[in-house]
Write a protein that binds this ligand. Sequence first.
Ligand code: 5GP
Ligand code: ZN
Length: 113
Amino acid sequence: MPCLFCEIVAGRIPARVAYQDDTVLAFHDINPQGPVHVLVIPKRHITSLTDLTPQDDVLVGSLVRRARDLAQAEGLEDRGFRLVFNHGPDAGYSVYHVHLHLVGGRKLGWPPG
Ligand code: 5GP
Ligand code: ZN
């Protein structure tokens, strides 16, 4: 079965794209957990955090900085926001293509549920 997020990268499954360049795609989550919920992903398939190598350090940095830029663009800089990578069953990792969640626009509980 093809990877869902690779299908979105390929344009075969539609998504509300917030940003893209050669290596990164950002799109709005289909089931938002806040007024802002964007997923920032590498265009290249990486199954999980386990598969990251030192060669991916620049890519991971670009995911984080892009999520930060999108948060700023959404006006969340002052009130705050959260960036989350899930991994494994305890964290509810459900789409096996590395993705960074940007969630904000409401008061977020800590610790997370
Ligand atoms: P995870 O739980 O794996 O960290 O997060 C996967 C995220 O992908 C969830 O927040 C879920 O709502 C989102 N998602 C699942 N399927 C789709 C889809 O087809 N389109 C979009 N835009 N988001 C999706
Ligand atoms: Zn994929």
